[in-house]
Design a protein around this ligand. Sequence first.
Ligand code: AMP
Length: 297
Amino acid sequence: MSTVRTVDDLRSALAPARRARQTIGLVPTMGALHEGHLSLIRRARAECDVVVVSLFVNPAQFDERTDLDRYPRSERRDVDLATRAGADVMFAPSADEVYPPGFATAVEVLGVTDRLEGAARGSGHFRGVSTVVTKLLGMSMPDVAYFGQKDAQQVVVIRRLVADLNLALRIQVCPTVREPDGLAMSSRNARLSPEERARALALADALQAACGRAGEGERSAGALVDAARAALSARGVEPEYVELVDPETFEPCEGLAREALLVLAVRIGETRLIDNAILRPSAVGTPRQPDPRKAIV
Ligand code: AMP
């Protein structure tokens, strides 16, 4: 695998593949790679001729300076892991390469960015994500870009911008990869103390509780959210939000008339964690609700 740091070098590295009409897959990451990221890289490896992994801790999407400063960085390890997962090119640009002097453009998706993560992290968060993803797509011009269901609202935002800007690529969403006890993998998990790591199980408990109630036939959003809240509070975790939302729009759902997404955000000590699970209306004869402790789509 080669590591390139400039847009010119990235384009040169991809030119032979483009000339040969090979397919290019892009996996955007902020580094500190874990099995979640590696599942995206492996999926890209299985589906594309050339796999590009970008590694860029995007200052524009951090609402708090301390969060940006504390974000884990481990490029050498990331290069090793990405290589073993099948990446061909690592694109690791500097902040100046991505945002050179005079840079003055922002990409803003309206509507879906107002709520939940958009509200909690400030309007700049999704503007930062949308702008950097649009730039990474312009720089690498992939046929497919891979994103995790773990960041479900981000997926909706990216699908919206790709459709609205007529970008010619496919977005592939991959299931959330979890630790054996159900905690969704995240670069932020490394910051949890052992006591916080134990309390972080509250997120999977909450999703499990809501899935369980949905499996018993409960359809009211209020009751499903209450079940999740009760599981959080049993581990002494106060949520920032818990909501049942439409998976396409992120607008609140009153009930489980059709598939919906239970989304939640909590703060455990200094660390903010998010997770989500797809809930399906249960009816006689339908299979049981998926278990959020296992990887769910
Ligand atoms: P990040 O480095 O946190 O910006 O994440 C890069 C990509 O990996 C995003 O598309 C995330 O949604 C995805 N991702 C992060 N954690 C997981 C996970 N546990 N399972 C699957 N994908 C993930």
